[in-house]
Design a protein around this ligand. Sequence first.
Ligand SMILES: [Zn+2]
Length: 263
Amino acid sequence: METDIERAGRLILASKYVVGLTGAGVSVESGIRPFRGPGGLWTEYGEPPMDGYQRFLANPKADWEQRLKPGGYRRELFETLEVAEPNPAHNALAELEELGILRYLITQNMDNLHRAAGSKKVAEIHGNFSKLRCIQCSSRYERGEISLETLPPHCPRCGGMIKADTVMFGEPIPLDVLRICEEETSQSDCMLLVGTSAFVYPAAGFPQEVKRRGGALIEVDPYETGLTPVCNISLRGKAGEMLPRLLDCIKVKLHRGEAEPPI
Ligand SMILES: [Zn+2]
């Protein structure tokens, strides 16, 4: 009898445009605590203010000073992010991209681990902790590229104010990223949902859109999620175990000639 992994592999190979959507569950397997829920950083330290972006705009210098000498949950988070490594789930997603099977990856994670694993087509809805962004022209910079001698720093290209690329509470999702997510979603006939309940918008809208257009949803999560009822296949288990198995299954099918290589 065909296993769920085999069914998922077959569905992915029969699809024309597979897009991934990942969330905190993937990061947790790299030792990064989630923000919410049991064991969450905000569960322990308390939720940050919902108007973080407005506070930043009101006093960017103070916010930058806090960022450079973080306390509370930020300190623990930054320390963890500095040493976190990609796990087998990140690696499997990067290899699926390399095989031409995964066309794009939308992530709610800001830990840079998808890029560290080798994924190139990545839309980071909530930004990337290792980058800085100009709030005027949206140019991204590596942290070392911008002098922090004067706070807040300003954009070498347009003079606009620079903040962390990570999206704060109250801050709109950067339009360039949102546009990519919408374009990719609109082409997708199969979305692979990994470690996310896609509870928070805008991410919540992407699988709904794929489903609405008759596409397939495959979920990888140890637990039932809010999306489970609308998923075609639910692979129950850790992403770091299930995705490498799914990748192997796809490679076997390609090798046997059960499907044409996508590119
Ligand atoms: Zn700029």
